[in-house]
Write a protein that binds this ligand. Structure first.
Ligand code: ADP
Ligand code: MG
Length: 585
């Protein structure tokens, strides 16, 4: 049948092979779950089959004693069928959920290491849909739909056997009609693939809307963005609705069509059957049993269309899941990478060029040497590439061309873990995890001693405010640290960097979001953090970078001047001097 050829056309075989390691641990139960569908399906045929002796012996010959067992058989087999169905559902769910958990664990592990590029290009909704919902659809969904499909398939087969048992002539007619009814199934996949993909991405948009309504609620309230947000949400929902209806348009006719063709078959069979009975070629019992089997075939055949659809949808989800699993992050350690243990010389940017999008250079020919222990300040126009400059050092992105070296070795030759162990980063907006203040500081070094923790707390000036909290360091800070002020969040981030005790510190506008009062205390915390380390600091307020060993002005992706504060101020036509004077006013 075209049905199975269709399987081969898809990536089913290769995906199935990839699925193997996940199925293998549960193989026994998975096999039970699928094999059990054979008797469940086949038992449907018992009722139809039992009607032949019943009709022939009981109704026509009026011999009740010989047929008394038939109702008992039907009851008995239905009971067995019920128990088997329960077992199948149980094992199916068990295996499906186990496999789904395993796949989700692998995917989550993958997700954490995805390149920054991936997060730039995708939304949170997208991630939730593809890493969570798709896995459910691919694992649990595939198994339960496969179970349904197999039950219906075997039920059909066994009923077809009953058809042939009763009358091969009528059975041939019936089977020919069935094949005709099943034919459209071969086209299903092609018809729904694009809609299915689009549906997943649109559902992802919905999740993103919820996330933004949650994360951005202050901005929405402050700017009265209710109508704007509602409209966007409405738009997405309308799109989802349209896609849902399109899906029904393309597949909804499948079951009714099959239903209709099957009734045509029944009509044809009754008509032919009557002739066969009259001419004495089959008994009335055979005919009744035959018709019963044919009518019982209705349900599974009708349902096979739906199950087949659902199996296809699950397989498409599986393809998307494996696409993610097969995605190897571009930024990773080389096989022969060295550990970066101690920094002796310094950092060097050598002819570094970088672009996020091909042919749109963000950094051009950057050359800069930073000696161990030096503090370098980056200033320049907004969007000029300062944040990009520093994000290349921990390899959030890799340079497009040129090299960044630490102690004369390209940073891509060090293991990525050791490289990042040597760098502490404090951003303008630091992500705090839900949990306590203590948890969040210890993220910098999970095995820190109580002494180290206290030192970090002291150096980051957290003491004063945790002293006022009833639970102190063990106070819960809410999702993303929502229960803290900006300055407090910033100091926790600094304590986290402190406890990490990395020799290189990157500060990207760490105080820009703060008011003057919180800025002063955060600035003091930062000064503590900078002591005896190699520091790259980006600051909006030039007064905070006056004491840097070197100030580098990055404008529109290029280094336009560099020197100490005094050198730059005294330089004729200095951009820095102009900026500085403008800020002083
Ligand atoms: N993830 C990104 N993907 C694409 N373009 C980006 C990304 N991040 C920043 N850019 C662009 O790169 C340029 C430099 O940005 P950035 O380094 O953040 O500047 P700065 O920190 O100096 O204000 C800007 O034009 C910005 O729009
Ligand atoms: Mg920036």
């Amino acid at each position: 049948m075209g049905l199975f050829a269709k399987f081969k056309n898809t990536h089913f075989i290769s995906d199935y092979r990839q699925m193997w390691p996940y199925i293998q641990p549960y193989l026994g139960r998975a096999l039970i779950a699928v094999l059990i569908t054979i008797p469940i399906g086949a038992l449907d045929a018992v009722i139809a089959w039992a009607l032949k002796p019943y009709m022939d012996v009981m109704v026509l010959q009026q011999q009740s004693a010989q047929t008394i067992w038939i109702p008992l058989v039907i009851i008995g087999f239905s009971a067995i069928q019920g128990i088997l169905t329960f077992t199948a559902t149980y094992y199916n769910t068990w295996v499906g959920n186990r496999i789904a958990s395993d796949v989700k664990i692998s995917l989550f592990e993958k997700l954490l290491k995805f390149d920054a590029e991936y997060f730039d290009a995708n939304t949170s909704g997208n991630v939730i849909m593809r890493f969570n919902n798709d896995v459910d659809a691919a694992c649990s969904g595939l198994l339960s739909n496969l179970k349904q499909f197999c039950t219906r398939f075997f039920s059909s087969i066994s009923l077809i056997v009953v058809l042939f048992y009763n009358s091969w002539q009528l059975a041939l007619i019936a089977v020919a009609v069935l094949l005709f009814a099943l034919f459209p199934l071969t086209k299903v996949r092609k018809r729904i693939k694009d809609i299915n993909t689009e549906t997943v991405f649109t559902n992802a948009e919905i999740v993103t809307h919820y996330n933004e309504a949650f994360g951005g609620n202050r901005v929405i309230s402050a700017n009265n963005l209710y109508d704007y947000e509602n409209e966007r949400f409405d738009g997405t929902l309308k799109h989802v609705f349209k896609l849902g209806m399109k899906m029904v348009q393309r597949t909804g006719m499948l079951s009714p069509f099959m239903h209709f063709v099957v009734s045509l078959g029944i009509a044809l069979v009754i008509w032919t059957g009557s002739c066969l009975i009259v001419s004495g070629q089959i008994t009335a019992g055979s005919f009744v049993s035959f018709i019963a089997a044919l009518i019982l075939l209705y349900n599974p055949i009708k349902g096979i269309g739906n199950s087949f659809n659902n199996v296809q949808v699950a397989l498409m989800a599986m393809e998307r899941v494996f696409e993610l699993l097969n995605n190897e992050p571009k930024i990773c350690s080389k096989p022969d990478a060295l550990p970066l243990t101690e920094i002796k010389g310094g950092i060097e940017y050598k002819n570094v060029c970088f672009e996020y999008v091909a042919d749109k250079p963000v950094l051009q020919n950057i050359n800069l040497k930073i000696k161990k222990g030096e503090t370098i300040a980056l200033v320049g126009n907004s969007g000029g590439g300062k944040s990009t400059f520093v994000s290349l050092l921990p390899r959030f992105y890799d340079v497009t061309s040129g090299q960044i070296m630490i102690d004369g070795t390209d940073i891509r030759d060090y293991t990525i873990e050791s490289l990042r162990d040597n760098i502490a980063v404090v951003f303008q907006d630091n992500f705090l995890f839900s949990g306590t203040i203590r948890d969040n500081i210890l993220l910098g070094k999970s095995n820190a001693t109580e002494e180290e923790l206290n030192h970090a707390v002291e150096m980051a000036f957290i003491n004063d405010f945790i002293a006022k909290l009833p639970k102190g360091l063990d106070t819960d800070i809410g999702e993303r640290g929502a229960l803290l002020s900006g300055g407090q969040r910033q100091r926790i981030a600094i304590a986290r960097a402190f406890i990490k005790n990395a020799p290189i510190v990157i500060l990207d506008e760490a105080t820009s979001a703060l008011d003057n009062k919180s800025e002063a205390v955060v600035q003091k915390a930062i000064e503590n953090l900078m002591k005896d380390r190699t520091v790259i600091v980006i600051a909006h307020r030039l007064s905070t970078v006056r004491h840097a060993d070197k100030i580098v002005v990055v404008n529109y992706g290029k280094i336009v001047e560099s020197g100490t504060h005094d050198e730059l101020l005294n330089k004729p036509e200095s951009i820095y001097a102009a900026l500085y004077k403008a800020q002083l006013k």
